[in-house]
Design a protein around this ligand. Structure first.
Ligand code: GTB
Length: 216
């Protein structure tokens, strides 16, 4: 059955893989599932046809036969459950990998995403410098804890899993901030994620969308 996901027609990040369709593309590449992409403008995302798929009018969505999903974490989880390669077979190891998926999205991502948002939306506000400091303190606290847990392992819990996939996509948002460089094992962890052939295929596919939109 054909899988169709949605993505930005023109991603505001210029194709750097920061929009959340990237994690879905990467998961599909890891498990070797082909997929189609329906590209949406910001306007089309708010139209009834898309809101029927995604109540908040956002990307990504996932359609496969009569199944329609939204929320990138839920989509990656679905892909990992249906196809081998992203979750271990052992029940306890699987539960731990799922725990890391939640940790990436609910513990690590919020301050990292809020920092990016503040840089765009609050830059001219009188509280901006203080807000940035608070968010960066909170990010450093989380990164320090994660760095200690990862130690010198390649991945968070044994073999590469959907937990690592989500964690790497979250940490990638810190690229260029200098903050990640303070934790060499986490920087190396992100580089390991980016070096995976499936990541590269996903990255190139979403970059090609931006390049086509810019030259077309
Ligand atoms: N919790 C949802 C999920 O994980 O799927 C969040 C989905 C979401 O935030 N989607 C964003 C969206 O559709 C795109 S990814 N925004 C349009 C809207 O809300 O109208 C967030 C995002 C946007 C832009 C960049 N960027 O340019 O760097 C990075 C990430």
């Amino acid at each position: 059955m054909t899988i169709t996901i949605t993505a930005f027609e023109r991603s505001p990040d210029g194709g750097k893989g920061l929009a959340r369709d990237m994690r879905v593309r990467w998961a599909l590449e890891e498990v070797g599932q082909p997929y189609d992409v329906r590209l949406l403008s910001f306007k089309a995302m708010k139209e009834p046809a898309h809101v029927a798929l995604h109540p908040f009018g956002q990307i990504p969505t996932y359609e496969e036969g009569d199944l329609a999903l939204f929320e990138s974490g839920a989509i990656v989880f679905h892909i990992a459950e249906r196809h081998a390669g992203l979750l271990p077979d052992d029940a306890n190891a699987r539960a731990r990998a799922i725990t890391w998926m939640f940790a990436a999205l609910t513990t690590m991502e919020p301050p990292i995403f809020d920092r990016d948002l503040a840089k765009v939306l609050e830059r001219d506000e009188p509280w901006y410098e203080r807000r940035l400091r608070v968010l960066e303190d909170s990010i450093r606290k989380r990164l320090g804890d994660l760095s200690r847990r990862l130690g010198d392992a390649d991945w968070l819990d044994g073999a590469f899993s959907a937990g690592d996939l989500l964690m790497v996509t979250v940490l990638l948002r810190l690229k260029g901030s200098g903050i990640l460089d303070e934790y060499p094992n986490l920087s190396a962890y992100v580089v390991r994620g980016e070096a995976r052939p499936a990541y590269k295929r996903a990255f190139d596919a979403q970059l090609a969308v931006f390049t086509a939109a810019s030259t077309g």
